[in-house]
Write a protein that binds this ligand. Structure first.
Ligand code: ZN
Length: 78
């Protein structure tokens, strides 16, 4: 897809898991599409993605699935 920032056509969409909120209101969203561009090195969320995140943020308590899957944090270097 085309990079919004530099116009390069080689921008790719990566899917990441991000946490939102804080404290007891912290929740995770999986598969958030992040556009990353090899040309300018930017990673950003599209307007449509931000809108969807805002919708999830308002309703996450109904939308979230309690999985109780232990989540480990990777702390080593690449
Ligand atoms: Zn770019």
């Amino acid at each position: 897809m085309v990079c919004d920032i530099c116009g390069n056509k080689k921008a790719r969409v990566r899917r990441i898991t991000r946490s939102f909120g804080r404290g007891r209101s912290t929740f995770l969203i999986e598969n958030v599409p992040v556009v990353s561009c090899p040309s300018c090195g930017e990673s950003y969320l599209t307007a449509a993605t931000l809108k969807e995140i805002e919708r999830i943020r308002l309703h996450w308590r109904e939308l979230a699935v309690e999985t109780n899957i232990p989540l480990a944090k990777f702390e080593g270097a690449a």
